[in-house]
Design a protein around this ligand. Structure first.
Ligand SMILES: [Zn+2]
Length: 144
C-alpha cells in the first residue's frame, strides 16, 4: 500500500522528503510526530503552530480544568448566595464568553493528533476560532 503524505497544514499532498520531525505537546505530553509539508510557507506555519502549541498547551489544559470547575461553582454559589437567577445567568454568560475569547486567541487542538491528521492545522484552527466566536455569542445571549 502506498502511503499518501498530506501537508499537515493545508492537507495538499506533500513530497516524501518534505518532512518535519517535531516534538509536539499532545495529550499531556510531548509526542514525536512526523509532519509533512507541501511548501515553505506551510512549513513555517507548522513550525510556528507547534512552537505556540508547546508553549501554551500545558497551561491551556490547566485553564480548561479550572474553567470547568468554576463553571459549576461560580453560577450556583452566586445564585445560592443572592437567591437571584439573574446572577446565575450573568455568571454562565461571562464564563462562556471568556472561554470563547481564549479559544479565539489560542486555537490549539487540545484533543488528539488524529484531528490534526484528518483535518489539517489550518482547518482545525479555523474551526476552533469559529467555535470561540459562537461561544462568545451564546454567552452574550445568555446574559440578555
Ligand atoms: Zn501545505
Amino acid at each position: 500500500m502506498i502511503k499518501i503524505n498530506n501537508c499537515a497544514y493545508c492537507k495538499k499532498s506533500a513530497g516524501k522528503k518534505q518532512k518535519l520531525n517535531l516534538n509536539v505537546w499532545l495529550n499531556g505530553g510531548l509526542e514525536n510526530l512526523e509532519l509533512y509539508y507541501c511548501s515553505d510557507a506551510c512549513k513555517s506555519k507548522i513550525e510556528e503552530f507547534v512552537r505556540f502549541n508547546n508553549k501554551y498547551g500545558a497551561k491551556l489544559m490547566l485553564a480548561i480544568v479550572a474553567w470547568a470547575v468554576l463553571l459549576v461553582v461560580v453560577p450556583y454559589s452566586l445564585e445560592a448566595l443572592t437567591g437571584n437567577i439573574l446572577y446565575f445567568k450573568i455568571a454562565i454568560g461571562l464564563m462562556l464568553s471568556l472561554a470563547g475569547i481564549v479559544i479565539v486567541k489560542c486555537p490549539l487542538a487540545i484533543g488528539t493528533s488524529k484531528h490534526y491528521r484528518r483535518l489539517g492545522i489550518r482547518n482545525i484552527t479555523l474551526f476552533l476560532k469559529l467555535t470561540g466566536v459562537l461561544m462568545i455569542y451564546a454567552g452574550i445571549r445568555t446574559m440578555l
